[in-house]
Structures are given as C-alpha cells and as structure tokens.
Design a protein around this ligand. Sequence first.
Ligand SMILES: [Zn+2]
Length: 175
Amino acid sequence: MAGSEKEENPFSTIMYRVNVGGRQFGISKSVMGSVDGSRLQRLVLEGSHNPNQTDFFYERPSGPFEAILAYHQTGKLHIPGDICPEAFKQELDFWDISPHMLEKCCYHRYLTFSRDQTVMTGFIEKSRLSNLYTGKRLEKTPSFWSRTRSRLRSVLDNKDESLVTQRKNDVRKRA
Ligand SMILES: [Zn+2]
C-alpha cells in the first residue's frame, strides 16, 4: 500500500536538483511551485510532460538565487545586503519575479536606488546636451581628429617595430 500512497502524493517524494552557478540546491516540488509565474514554477509545470527530468543547470550567480529561493520557501523577498539592487533586479528578471514582490524594507532600498539612477542618467544627459550647445564637445572637431590620427599612427608605428623585432628574434631562434 505504501507504493500506491507514493503515487497518489508525488509532492512527498519529488525533489528537484537545481544547480545555479555551480552550486547545487535540493528543492521540493511544493517549494518549486509556490510562486505564480516564476521560472521555478514553470519548470514544474513544463516538467509534467517529462516527470523524469528533475535536474536543471543555470549559469547564473548563486548569491542572488539564495534570496530568490528563500522567497519561494518563506514568501518573503529581500535583497541580500551585499548585492547591488541593479544586479538583483537582473536576477529577478531572469527568474521571472516582479520587484513589486519585495518586502517593504527592501522595496524602499530598490526604489531609492532606481530614483538615484534616474537622476544620475538625467544629469549625465543634461551635461552632455549643455556641452553640445556650448561647443565643448570634443568629437569630430578638426583638432580632435588630427590628435587621434597622430596618436594612432605612433601606436601603429611602435607596433610595427615590435612585430619586426619579434620576427627577427623568431628567425634567430630557428637558426
Ligand atoms: Zn528587506
């Protein structure tokens, strides 16, 4: 009878082995399926076509994945203290989890970071435009091109010399 019980309740036995960036995580089927729309849940749903496939490998950083797995286990999503919010956001995108699911403490950190980035991008764009209008922009001015050409020429000349020396040395070695 024990055998039929197993068949009736696959949640009790099925463990997935998910290798992330070289680290192996053993995850139960119920945890895998606990977050709607996440990549882990999709593995379970798609896996129903091939129940024998329980091993998966992802070339992604394992640090952020710990927090993503913890979210599946506990329902709480936090940004690890040692990970840049932008890098964490990339991993959230990969594992198909919305940053809106972040707990209040970390959502605030995420919003502050996003706002700072927007301000910084705006500042860079603004100073780029103001340089453009005041004529401080270096690109494509005749002096810029002549400086670049002469720099390039000297680099190429040196490179040619070093190649010639290299060939002479090679010839000497063979002789
Ligand atoms: Zn937090």
